[in-house]
Design a binder for this molecule. Sequence first.
Ligand code: FAD
Length: 326
Amino acid sequence: MKSDILIIVEHWNGQVDGITYQILTKGRELADSIGAGLAVLILGHGLEETVSVLKNKGMDEIFVIDNPALAQAGPEVQSQVIAEAVRRLGPRLVLIGYTIIGMELTPAIATKLGITPMTNCVKVELADGAFVVTRPLFDGTLHAKIVLEEKGPSLVALQRGATPAAELPSKQASVEPIQLDIGAIPARSQFLGFVEDPVTGADITKAEVIVSVGRGIADKEKIATVEQLADALGGMLACSRPLVDLGWLPRERQVGASGKSVAPKVYIACGISGASQHLSGMTESQRIIAINKDANAPIFQVAHYGVVGDLFEIVPALTEEAKKSK
Ligand SMILES: Cc1cc2nc3c(=O)[nH]c(=O)nc-3n(C[C@H](O)[C@H](O)[C@H](O)COP(=O)(O)OP(=O)(O)OC[C@H]3O[C@@H](n4cnc5c(N)ncnc54)[C@H](O)[C@@H]3O)c2cc1C
């Protein structure tokens, strides 16, 4: 059976990124619906560990491009390699994570293939045999549904958390190397080293309870109102990006596409509208509670519980309740 759906695996230091399991789950579902196979593409160097981790995770084929030149290759080379692999394999649909890495790779792959990429997607589904993607517009206040024409392979970059990772059928995938002359690919940039993001204070990725504050707070001095709820719940304070841009909170507290991805037991969003860039960092939270005075705020679309109201009334009341039950 031909693999009409191809997943680009994201991995680092032998660890497969969670987004790969999310798009694998979606890829399996779509492949089953069209009666096609599901393949993944892994590139890098020294990939035995990564291949063995993925081997029984529900795909039919694993294509591997293992080359010392890819150990530290940047997007210039990686996009060329992926484009060439897609040309050779001829899938109908290529799924990639819309992560920091995917954001850089996707347009570059598309340019090389002469196709239009669908970036920042929150959904991909089948309708009347065609792939249809959903993309947020205007900070998530509108969503566009786009039917893919399939004049070549379709390249879809899915946001983190757009689709949940599920248990996949345990089947042994076949593993096939792809040989490419990677040394011949010109690169104008050079990898000099990896600089770990310094965790100077709070590490919100470790918190079980996060109380997150957004622009609805309106005043730096009032952040304490939300911080008190975080303290009363034994949780950590986080925030949306505008508060970091304003210099009100440090970057290590920022949740979202250009901040941290978090998955606590409880995430309470206070005065946060729910722009796609924020959602992509927190939708994996087990319970999401949103407090917002706008009943149409997109955050309510992902919230398990929502309170439409003024955070300056709701948050102190919750803090009092939390203190009582301590
Ligand atoms: C490339 C790029 C990367 C980005 N990365 C990130 C990222 O990592 N993280 C991130 O968060 N954003 C990111 N953004 C910004 C993002 O697009 C939004 O602008 C941002 O998330 C909005 O933050 P907010 O929800 O706090 O503010 P707003 O969108 O202004 O929403 C404020 C909300 O507060 C509500 N509100 C106001 N007053 C009250 C009140 N008294 N009580 C209750 N509710 C009230 C309003 O109804 C509104 O919904 C990025 C943008 C770009 C272009």
